[in-house]
Design a protein around this ligand. Structure first.
Ligand code: HMG
Length: 399
């Protein structure tokens, strides 16, 4: 039986970021509250031309280029997003043209808060396992702009970015345990975004509890499913959905305590099993659907070589809520391949915005989806795609 899983990963982030110490100074709170208290150092700030389609297309073009994959081999393209640009036309349809995907390809968008990308990934695994792929690969792209109201408690947990995942047989990074997952769902009002709003509404402290409840339920479901297959192998590393780094720490402590560990033991295992997956998220902030996969990219960038042959756990949470726990094995050769993907490259050479620039970007954002194509020059980095405005209600992109 061939293995199935994540063959390659690539990231896309906006060109600029806000330092959380600068945000703290402007909001009159100690920087420690954001940097240590929440575990975030920088948050990506998307400008008008860096919309969810542009970020998704940029990440996907990068994954094709770095992994050496021809877009004509894609038979399924699912975009997970909760900040889509249209109520009807999916981001995946824009990608179809921007990426040159073949016409014999299923494209659609999946929405369930931060869970949409995982829903796409699980569908892709089943699509391949069922034989429907007939040798083709799947492209799953998670893309979002996390935006809360100015001066709200959610403001330091914003971010923006996209993660593209190639899913195939005989993957070069992570072979997933297909069909061995733990699901959890409940109708809760922890976080949502009404149709009239670009900004999310959140019951922050309640959302933390909802996340932890969902984690406990999904983890137990996964343990039962895994044990039923006879697999009780310990996890070497664990990646969590990361709305902010401290949440992953709380999550890990919760799981370890459910397993009978003391708080000190849980925190010691956090340093060994979780910390390396939080480096990139601490530099980007919450990217909603892509957050778990940004954590996975961070882990592989840091440790893929040492982790070859080892089993790792993955927890995906989407407010509202739905969650899934699943696992996979880092494949032989993943270390050298992850190095060649240069996963962290898009974070290099970013521009640091001043607080005034951040405020200005947020104000201009309001007119963003309606602005006409006006020939504004965009100096795009190699391989990037940009949104340049609307023409008779049609969104226009340049690459
Ligand atoms: P808050 O109430 O302003 O912060 O907002 P706080 O008072 O709870 O403080 C945060 C932490 O900083 C605390 O640590 C403080 O002790 C510490 P903790 O007790 O939690 O360990 N602290 C300090 N540390 C060092 N130096 C200091 C200092 N002062 C305080 N001087 C909250 C926090 C997370 C509620 C807010 O940012 C928020 O509402 N964020 C958005 C919601 C969110 O991210 N929820 C996460 C779970 S839900 C989820 O993950 C789904 C989501 O991704 C959406 C989706 O699914 O689509 C959001």
């Amino acid at each position: 039986m061939p293995t199935i899983g994540i063959d390659a990963i690539a990231l896309a982030v906006p060109e600029g970021y806000l330092d959380l110490a600068d945000l703290a100074a402007a909001r009159g709170v100690p920087a420690g509250k954001y940097v240590e208290g929440l575990g975030v150092s920088r948050m990506s700030v998307a400008r008008q031309h860096e919309d969810p389609v542009a970020l998704a297309a940029t990440a996907a073009r990068r994954v094709f280029a770095t992994a050496g994959i021809d877009p004509s081999t894609i038979g399924l393209c699912v975009v997970g997003t909760e900040t889509a640009v249209d109520h009807s036309k999916p981001v995946a349809a824009y990608l179809h043209r921007l990426l040159g995907l073949p016409q014999q390809c299923r494209v659609f968008e999946a929405k369930h808060a931060c869970f949409g990308g995982t829903a796409g990934l699980l569908a892709a695994l089943d699509w391949i396992a069922a034989g429907s792929a007939r040798g083709k690969k799947a492209l799953i792209v998670c893309t979002d702009i996390a935006r809360y109201g100015l001066s709200t408690p959610g403001e330091p947990t914003q971010g923006a970015g996209a993660v593209a995942l190639l899913v195939s047989e005989n993957p070069r990074l992570l072979a997933l345990e297909v069909g061995v997952t733990g699901s959890y769902a409940q109708d809760v009002n922890d976080f949502w975004r009404p149709l009239y709003s670009k900004e999310a509404v959140v019951d922050g402290h309640h959302s933390v509890q909802c996340y932890l409840d969902a984690l406990a339920g999904a983890y137990k479901g996964w343990q039962d499913a895994s044990t039923a297959t006879g697999n009780t192998e310990k996890l070497a590393r664990r990646c969590y959905h990361v709305p902010y780094g401290k949440m992953a720490k709380k999550a890990h402590r919760h799981v370890m305590q459910l397993e009978g560990a003391s708080e000190a033991e849980a925190d010691a295992s956090y340093a060994a099993e979780v910390a390396s997956s939080l480096r990139l998220p601490s530099q980007v902030g919450n990217i909603y659907t892509g957050s778990l996969y940004l954590a996975l990219a961070s882990l592989l960038e840091a440790e893929a070589g040492e982790l070859e042959g080892k089993r790792i756990g993955l927890f995906s949470y989407g407010s509202g809520c739905c969650a899934e726990y699943f696992a996979g094995r880092v494949v032989k050769g993943a270390g050298a391949f992850a190095d060649s993907l240069q996963l962290a490259e898009p974070l290099k050479d970013r521009r640091k915005y001043t607080f005034a620039e951040y405020e200005q970007i947020r104000l201009r954002d309001e007119e963003g989806d309606k602005r006409p194509v006006n020939g504004e020059a965009h100096e795009l980095p190699e391989g990037a795609v940009a949104f340049v405005g609307v023409d008779a209600d049609r969104r226009v992109y340049i690459a």
